[in-house]
Ligand binder design. Structure first.
Ligand code: PMP
Length: 394
């Protein structure tokens, strides 16, 4: 039967990683995959995570199964981190998942169980894996305008017009912060307008938050999610710990189903547990346990928050340096958006030919749609990128 299998499209970002590896040049810059890198190009284990791991090795006495939703303490800690006190805990069902990707997948699954003909409205562009997962599941995808190629900011009028077409039984997928791939984000008054529209149409928001703490700070980055969760009758939230705890390979995420009626919470929780059981049974525990230890120990939490803040400010500094050097070299403000964008990514607005030219001339690896990872830069490689951008005529 295997002979009937068809080749599946390869992931473009993973292909780019391979091409970078195979490039024999010494001077090359990897701005592709979404992993934080420090100025030395390393992806370090965060201090608090390492300390928690050490403690865990001492105190952990069993590797027996946890619960289907993972350790309840992880659920509590993560609900608190993402939602603060925006909604009562009793309104939130939560289940640990393998990474944020697992949460996204389970969220779509739950939406389809609740609404078999669900359409998922997604920003154009969005994280390519959203589209790939939806395609794999056979769920209808409806793009909404999001990025304004001229201003490199949010095309908010276009977005509102398009998501206004989603109705009851549909899902509107939003990025909580640090939009991937564009770096352009909603401000609080735009969040408010989106919420009012959702209340009018009855569509269900699903928020993917994979970069809390990478944009404007832990609380500021969660503001949109908290506003949504406290305003609409129900929503889904898929959160990832991969980036902000630096535990990519531990596969640590969580799916939350928030409602405004504690009586419904039970059914939501039972559904999340059921979905875990069908898809992988018990979720991975190691990363979740480390996150719980860090969040629940004031000292570890303080150290983690401080290191995360350093990471955030490093990226912000690189954005500012990049925008300033481009301003100086081109004499134009047209790259000012790079300092306004938030998170690890920005969409530069270069054509695929220009992206290719930058790879040829300067060994700069960015995704074909000109998304680049700011954290792939350092003080010394910013001028290389600037030179490549100017030479390619972006
Ligand atoms: N959502 C978005 C928008 C992302 O960028 C990512 C990471 N690339 C994820 C979800 C999931 O990340 P992970 O599965 O590694 O936790």
């Amino acid at each position: 039967m295997f002979e009937t299998l068809k080749e599946q499209p390869a992931d473009k970002i993973l292909m780019l990683m391979q091409a970078y590896k195979e490039d024999p040049r010494e001077q090359k810059v990897d701005l592709g995959v979404g992993v934080y890198k420090d100025p030395q190009g390393r992806t370090p284990i965060m201090r608090a995570i390492k300390a928690a791991e050490k403690q865990l090795w001492e105190v952990e006495e069993t590797k027996a199964y946890t619960g289907l939703a993972g350790d309840p303490a992880y659920g509590d800690a993560m609900v608190n981190l993402v939602l603060g006190d925006a909604v009562p805990r009793s309104n939130v069902a939560a289940a640990a998942t393998p990474g944020g990707t697992g949460a996204v997948r389970q969220g779509f699954d739950l939406a389809r169980m609740a609404s078999p003909g669900v359409r998922v409205f997604h920003s154009d562009p969005t994280w390519p894996n959203h589209l790939s997962i939806l395609g794999h599941m056979g769920i209808e995808k409806v793009p909404y305008r999001y990025f304004d190629d001229e201003t490199r900011g949010v095309d908010f009028d276009g977005m509102m017009e398009d998501i206004g077409k989603a109705g009851k039984g549909d899902v509107v997928l939003l990025h909580g912060c640090c939009h991937n791939p564009t770096g352009a984000n909603l401000n609080p008054s735009q969040w408010k307008a989106v919420i009012d529209l959702l209340l009018e149409t009855g569509a269900t928001p699903m928020i993917d938050i994979a970069y809390q703490g990478f944009g404007d700070g832990l609380d500021a980055d969660a503001e949109g999610v908290r506003m949504v969760a406290s305003s609409v009758p129900e929503c889904l939230i898929a959160a990832s710990c991969s980036k902000n705890f630096g535990i990519y390979r531990e596969r640590t995420g969580i799916l939350m189903a928030v409602c405004n009626d504690p009586a419904k919470q039970k059914l939501n929780q039972q559904t999340l547990n059921y979905l875990n059981r069908q898809n992988f049974s018990f979720p991975p525990d190691h990363g979740a346990r480390l996150v719980t230890m860090v969040l629940n120990d004031p000292e570890l939490r303080g150290d983690w928050a401080a290191e995360l803040e350093d990471v955030r400010l490093t990226m912000l500094g690189l954005r500012e340096q990049l925008a300033a050097e481009l301003q100086r070299l081109t004499g134009s403000d047209r790259f000012g958006f790079l300092a306004q964008h938030r998170g690890m990514f920005s969409r530069l607005g270069a054509t695929p030919e220009q992206v290719e030219a930058m790879r040829e001339s300067h060994g700069i690896y960015m995704v074909g749609d000109s998304r680049f990872n700011v954290a792939g830069l350092n003080k010394d490689t910013v001028p290389v990128l600037v030179e490549a951008i100017v030479k390619a005529g972006v």
